[in-house]
Design a protein around this ligand. Structure first.
Ligand code: ARG
Length: 463
């Protein structure tokens, strides 16, 4: 048995020493110190509210604020010295404040506050600010995709379903498709930020504030958009962590799917794109290799992001009201998700702004069978029901195949008339990829006008 420990905030009622492994197991400082600025800011505003209540004097407040600034400088210059008993960022900062301005004044900052409302506040401030940075990064990624699509509007390529050649599309249409997913992520992000940005501060450990603190004043001064309306909820709600991780997981899913396309397009078999050296690596054994590691990592990290989300959902499940230490398990997965999302967006931006396309290869991959639907549509325009034209066009594909022709454009007019007498000389106009693409002018289609409209729409979503 050792004497009541002086180094711990909650030392008063404890007489036994803590198992050293328990210290390590319990400590969150190694990872929650990235929230030092949010923690100091929360204390700055909270103590201003205490002064308004007359619980601390003007002089004490200015001393506290002086101390907080000092601590901030230490963190920024990497000179903050962590000490034994610094369990987390909250205890570390408060301990240091006492050393700088004296324990008599520093001992007042936690009046009516608990680490429960404090940590929830720090997390929300930190996540809000990180998400705003990520938002800007995502805006520039979508911007790069729009620019690229505008510049390379004339390039055609095969569009796929089931990874089988289906119909010709514009490369810009492919870009616009992935940009549309990401623009939805952007919209979703704004909604998530709104729910992250609400204030739990002033709710105490769980039951509320005993001195009638002005929570609105605190919320306004921390830039929160509103207050959490129930103190029990305020200290225990980690839905914003789940939502943020879900947001990141879905974003990563979108980047992974786009990467998968690009990996396929970069193979020698396809050869549609060439990745810049900056985003490729070589093989340690095979000198000829150039591997799309950037894209593979983008694809792989989606698993990691979702894993964190699933893991934390399990930690949350069945925790009783209100704060429980299980909640400390929110930080590592969340912080990792934020870093992963941010890095992945930046890498995707780099990849997409530097890769080179090979239009000849895309063009060469277009085959006449991809116009079989257009052939069916030709007869639709002459009044034949589509179910019938589908069958007739299928017969043309079959005849071209059995006659060993290179495509349906090689059948003669006589052969076409043999299949259906409604075919005329103008049927050969169907066998033009550009014309096929240009017929798809309806909203969302691959015609130039339709793709340009999509890009304009995307641009306005970024504004
Ligand atoms: N480090 C803790 C966390 O991240 C802070 C809250 C501690 N609260 C408590 N009642 N032990 O959750």
């Amino acid at each position: 048995m050792s004497a009541p420990t002086e180094t711990k905030l909650w030392g008063g009622r404890f007489t036994g020493a803590t198992d050293p492994l328990m210290e390590l197991y319990n400590a969150s400082l190694p990872y929650d110190k990235k929230m030092y600025a949010a923690d100091l800011e929360g204390t700055r505003v909270y103590t201003a509210a205490l002064e308004k209540l007359g619980l601390i004097t003007k002089h004490e407040l200015s001393e506290i604020h002086r101390g907080l600034k000092e601590i901030s400088k230490e963190w920024e210059s990497n000179s903050f010295v962590e000490k034994a008993g610094d369990e987390d960022i909250h205890t570390a900062n408060e301990r240091r404040l006492g050393e700088i301005i004296g324990k008599d004044i520093a001992g007042k900052v936690h009046t009516g506050r608990s680490r429960n409302d404090q940590v929830a506040t720090d997390m929300r401030l930190y996540v809000r600010d990180e998400l705003k940075i990520i938002r800007e990064q995502l805006v520039s990624l979508v911007g790069v995709m729009i620019k690229r699509a505008e510049k390379e509007m004339d390039v055609l390529m095969p569009g796929y379903t089931h990874l089988q050649r289906a119909q010709p599309i514009r490369w810009a249409h492919w870009l616009s498709s992935h940009a549309t997913f990401l623009a939805n992520d952007l919209q979703r992000l704004d909604q998530v930020i709104e729910r992250v940005n609400v204030s739990p501060l002033g709710c105490g450990a769980l039951a509320g504030h005993p001195f009638g603190i002005d929570r609105q004043f605190i919320g306004d001064n921390l830039g929160f958009g509103g207050l959490i309306g129930n103190s029990l909820t305020a200290v225990s709600d980690r839905d914003f962590v789940v939502e943020t991780m879900f947001w990141g997981s879905l974003l990563l899913n979108h980047l992974a799917k786009m990467s998968e396309d690009l990996i396929i397009y970069s193979t020698a078999e396809f050869g549609f794109i060439k990745l810049a050296d900056a985003y490729s690596t070589g093989s340690s054994l095979m000198p000829q290799k150039k591997n799309p590691d950037s894209l593979e990592l983008l694809r792989g990290k989606s698993g990691r992001a979702f894993g964190h989300l699933a893991g934390f959902m399990m930690s949350m499940k069945a925790t009783p009201s209100t704060y429980n230490k299980d909640l400390q398990e929110d930080k590592e997965p969340l912080f990792d998700n934020l870093v992963t999302a941010s890095h992945s967006i930046q890498i995707a931006t780099g990849v997409l702004s530097t890769l080179k396309i090979v239009p000849e290869k895309m063009q060469a991959a277009l085959t006449m069978d991809m116009l079989a639907t257009d052939l069916a549509d030709y007869l639709v325009r002459k009044g034949v029901p589509f179910r019938e034209t589908h069958h007739i066009s299928g017969e043309a594909v079959h005849q071209a195949e059995t006659n060993n022709l290179s495509g349906i454009d090689q059948l003669t007019l006589e052969q076409y008339k043999g299949i259906d007498k409604r075919f005329e000389q103008d049927v050969f106009k169907v066998f033009d990829f550009e014309a096929s693409v240009e017929r798809r002018t309806a909203v969302g289609g691959t015609a130039k006008s339709a793709v340009l409209a999509q890009l304009k729409n995307l641009e306005s979503q970024l504004a």
